[in-house]
Unconditional design. Structure first.
Length: 218
């Protein structure tokens, strides 16, 4: 009996406007086509969907914010189809706002010119090794205690390894300190070589003088 019920269920089919309920019952289902009533309120194209509908526009037009009316791309100035829309990241059609509205990818903020995108600390810590603070011009990096900001304005180095030299009239950066240290090392090596050469010359002079003295005695 159980097997017969399964076979019977497979044999039953319903019309497009009905659904199978249980094993044998076809229940009538009513689907409403909203597009039949005043084109669904759509200015151009109405597309009926399951339990709803959506408006679309023909070629050369785009759907406005009210999702019903269509705007011709040439009637509202600039549009995203134009390569000169100026958006750094994302371009959106924006009727009444000059034609386009720019947006930025996650981790970036829209600049004051409403076109460029500025990196924020939310994206990769703003490129900073330690701390990051958002400013109007972009992320500003900082360092933890006992560290100093390197010349690249992003990475941090220990103060003991590259102390910042200060004077009454001039403050030397870490990069300059590195250069000075290298210069002093080179100068030290050069002076050492010069001293060795001078010592060798003195030894030669002494040897020559001694040999001359011995020859004179003979």
């Amino acid at each position: 009996m159980h097997m017969f019920g399964k076979q019977l269920k497979k044999m039953i089919s319903c019309f497009e406007t009905t659904d199978i309920v249980g094993n044998m019952l076809c229940l009538r289902v009513f689907y409403v086509d909203e597009c039949l009533d005043n084109n669904g309120g759509c200015q151009q194209v109405c597309v009926n969907t399951m339990g709803s509908y959506e408006c679309q526009c023909t070629e050369g037009f785009f759907l406005s914010d009210n999702q019903h009316t269509c705007i011709h791309r040439s009637d509202d100035g600039m549009n995203c189809m134009n390569k000169d829309h100026g958006c750094a990241h994302i371009c959106r059609e924006a009727p009444g706002k000059g034609g386009v509205s720019c947006e930025c990818r996650p981790g970036f903020e829209l600049a004051k010119n409403q076109k460029d995108c500025t990196l924020t600390c939310n994206y990769g810590n703003g490129g900073c090794q330690h701390t990051c603070d958002d400013t109007d011009t972009g992320p500003v990096c900082g360092c933890h205690q006992k560290y100093a900001l390197h010349s690249d304005s992003k990475t941090c180095i220990e103060k003991d390894e590259a102390a910042i030299e200060s004077s009454e009239f001039n403050t030397t950066s870490v990069a300059d300190v590195d250069k000075r240290v290298k210069r002093r090392l080179l100068m030290g090596q050069t002076m050492q070589r010069l001293m060795q050469m001078e010592l060798q010359l003195r030894m030669k002079d002494k040897g020559a003088a001694k040999a001359g003295k011995e020859n004179g005695e003979h």
